[in-house]
Design a protein around this ligand. Structure first.
Ligand SMILES: Cc1cc2nc3c(=O)[nH]c(=O)nc-3n(C[C@H](O)[C@H](O)[C@H](O)COP(=O)(O)OP(=O)(O)OC[C@H]3O[C@@H](n4cnc5c(N)ncnc54)[C@H](O)[C@@H]3O)c2cc1C
Length: 248
């Protein structure tokens, strides 16, 4: 079992963080020992007790978590179904569970064959609700009765039929994102002039565009020579996708 001693935040600091969150979050703020132990595991062999747990009801709650985390220097760790196998959702952090409230379909466009969803929707629930539209979200890990869309984005989840239908990466059209400094942004395919504007802008979002492109370009020869050419490569960073401008 994870112990309090292993947690890097002192009890008094934890109280301050909890109180700051409770003042700003409309969802659940759970810093009690039971919740911390509950969220110290996922489907992996790893066990780390979180500083505390937040279950956000809306984007404002997520922004509040980021704000408090930045004020107190504590990491934030998003969590969806918690079915990851490599310890992705356990850490000494404010674990933020998207699966309880942020699990709705916002919009379905049958003609264009897309749906806009919240990150905590479970894959099987999504597909049940898409059935009347004749649509299906393709990534199908064995854990689809628990795993959520947001967790799939984090892992680039594939599943049994991904060789035919593709990985999560192949099915995400756009993303609404909150960055680590609290900036809200939208990732989507960009035209050349839109990309130029992002690359020459100020702030964290532009830093990310510049940083990813620089890493890909500086390591282009190594990436081309050594990235394995296999259909379901989901480990490591997909820098090969950024060797041309097209994925932006
Ligand atoms: C028995 C078993 C079988 C499995 N089979 C497969 C398989 O066939 N194919 C496969 O690809 N995987 C498989 N997995 C791994 C895992 O189930 C999948 O990767 C699954 O898609 C993870 O989804 P999740 O909702 O549980 O994500 P989580 O484990 O909760 O999170 C995954 C990652 O996404 C991040 N994340 C979650 N929500 C957000 C958010 N809102 N914003 C930002 N980041 C977020 C987390 O921080 C974490 O890094 C299996 C696991 C088990 C235990």
């Amino acid at each position: 079992m994870a112990t309090t001693a292993a947690t890097r935040v002192r009890a008094s600091e934890r109280d301050d963080i909890e109180n700051a969150l409770k003042r700003r979050v409309s969802g659940e703020v759970r810093f009690d020992p039971f919740s911390r132990v509950l969220y110290s595991t996922d489907a992996s062999i790893y066990q780390m007790e979180p500083v505390g747990v937040v279950i956000p009801r809306n984007v404002e709650d997520v922004l509040a978590v980021i704000e408090v985390a930045n004020e107190t220097g504590v990491p934030v760790l998003p969590r969806a179904g918690g079915t990851s196998l490599a310890g992705q959702t356990v850490n000494h952090a404010i674990v933020t569970d998207f699966s309880k409230y942020l699990n709705q379909i916002i919009e379905v466009n049958k003609e264009e064959q897309w749906a806009r969803v919240q990150p905590g929707i479970v894959l099987d629930d999504l597909n049940r609700q898409l059935l009347p539209y004749g649509l299906m979200y393709a990534p199908d890990p064995t854990t689809s009765s628990r795993a959520c869309v947001g967790g799939g984005v984090g892992n680039n989840t594939c599943g049994a039929h991904s060789v035919i239908y593709g990985k999560t990466l192949d099915h995400i059209k756009e993303l609404d994102v909150v960055l680590s400094d609290g900036t809200q942004t939208h990732f989507q395919p960009l035209e050349a002039r839109e990309l130029e504007a992002k690359l020459s802008g100020a702030g964290l979002e532009s830093d990310i565009y510049r940083g990813v492109r620089r890493l890909a370009q500086e390591n282009a020869a190594e990436i081309e020579a050594r990235y394995p050419n296999i259909m379901r490569r989901v480990s490591g960073y997909k820098l090969d996708e950024f060797l041309t401008d097209s994925p932006f």
